[in-house]
Design a protein around this ligand. Structure first.
Ligand code: NDP
Ligand code: RET
Length: 316
């Protein structure tokens, strides 16, 4: 039987990290199932993607400009696609933010929401009418474990991902009526430029407006522990891209999918205790009661999913 025509995949934020890895993974798909439109807001950064794409460049991968914060940029990019037909949207573009809320202006918070939440909304609004008309389509949003459970000093970033989760959770029910799927991919820590940008910004920020104790907790307790977590639990962008390829290739794509098995036990705490106290107290103890406990629990988390103790331990 002739293989079906490749599906058009539009991806945002492909200049680095997870977006770049997804674009390459789908464009170099062994079963050649996808025609990838990899977009970025600054085409001067396209070299990294061009190199990683290799022979797929110009064949199953093209690179276009798209800034998810600009309505005209979104309209121009989607409008330039033949027939405006996007079979799969991967809304990946996003920025992080860490620090005491007292030292982050509301303006900065709005800018983060404009990218992380409204950026995804602009993309979904741009592709949804045609998907509904064709009664076919798949919207994949790169959310985060922080769209499920907040993490100290990531208050606004988590809020922007919670907003994405609430938006998609509401939309999913209606879209079933149109045979349009929506999937949220929720990575835990991933080793990309994301963390470096966070740490650079954190070291630049003098935390003006925050009291001395809060700044100490942020700089001397949280930042070192966060580095430990990235080092111990960080996934590769390629591993996330593989998970995205699986969800895009599924007949009946899951609505949610966490990608970092080492991190899922931490999110599970929230579902274990509806009062929320278990999560808050456990995260607090992990961070403030003793760093060694964190390192210990991180190695325990690693152990949960490694072969050495597979016997009888089946993590969530
Ligand atoms: N790294 C992690 O630990 C995790 C990341 N995530 C999410 O994964 C996604 C990708 O992040 P990651 O690859 O790690 O980080 P990177 O910083 O490597 O990539 C972020 C990408 O988003 C792009 N971007 C930012 N703003 C815009 C905009 N206005 N329009 C278009 N593109 C934009 C960046 O472009 P530019 O190069 O121009 O800045 C870059 O290509 C984000 O949504 C993030 O929230 C989720 C869970 C974990
Ligand atoms: C788990 C955990 C911590 C840090 C978690 C981090 C840093 C998660 C980062 C997730 C990311 C980067 C998601 C991006 O979308 C602490 C607070 C250090 C100690 C308590 C346990």
């Amino acid at each position: 039987m002739a293989s079906p025509a490749p599906r058009t995949v539009l991806i945002t934020g492909c200049s680095s990290g997870i977006g770049l890895a997804i674009a390459v993974r789908l464009a170099r798909d062994p079963q050649r199932r996808f025609q990838v439109i990899a977009t970025m807001r600054d085409l001067r950064k396209k070299e990294k993607l061009e190199e990683a794409a290799g022979p797929a460049l110009g064949r199953t991968l093209s690179i276009q400009h798209l800034d998810v914060c600009s309505d005209s940029s979104v309209a121009e990019c989607v409008g330039s696609i033949p027939g405006g037909r996007v079979d799969v949207l991967v809304s990946n573009a996003g920025v992080g933010h860490v620090g005491p809320v007292e030292s982050i202006s509301v303006e900065e918070m709005k800018h983060l929401f404009d990218t992380n939440f409204f950026g995804a909304v602009r993309m979904i609004k741009a592709v949804l009418p045609d998907m509904k008309r064709r009664r076919s389509g798949h919207i994949v949003v790169i959310s985060s474990v922080m769209g499920l459970q907040g993490i100290v000093f990531n208050d606004v970033y988590a809020a922007s991902k919670f907003a994405v989760e609430g938006f998609c959770e509401s939309l999913a029910v209606q879209l079933l009526q149109f045979d349009v799927f929506i999937s949220m991919v929720e990575p835990g820590p991933v080793n990309t430029d994301f963390e470096r940008k966070l740490l650079e910004e954190a070291s630049r920020r003098e935390c003006a407006g925050a009291d001395a104790a809060t700044v100490r907790y942020f700089r001397d307790v949280y930042l070192p522990a966060s580095r430990d977590i990235f080092a111990a639990l960080g996934q590769s962008p390629e591993a996330v891209a593989e998970a995205v390829a699986r969800v895009v290739g599924a007949q009946r794509p899951a609505f949610r999918m966490q990608t970092n098995r080492l991190y899922t036990p931490l999110v599970a705490l929230k579902y274990a205790d509806p009062s929320g106290d278990l999560s808050v107290r456990t995260l607090h103890r992990l961070l403030f009661r003793s760093g060694s406990l964190l390192r210990l629990s991180v190695s325990a988390l690693r152990c949960l999913t490694c072969a050495c103790c597979r016997r009888g331990v089946t993590p969530a």
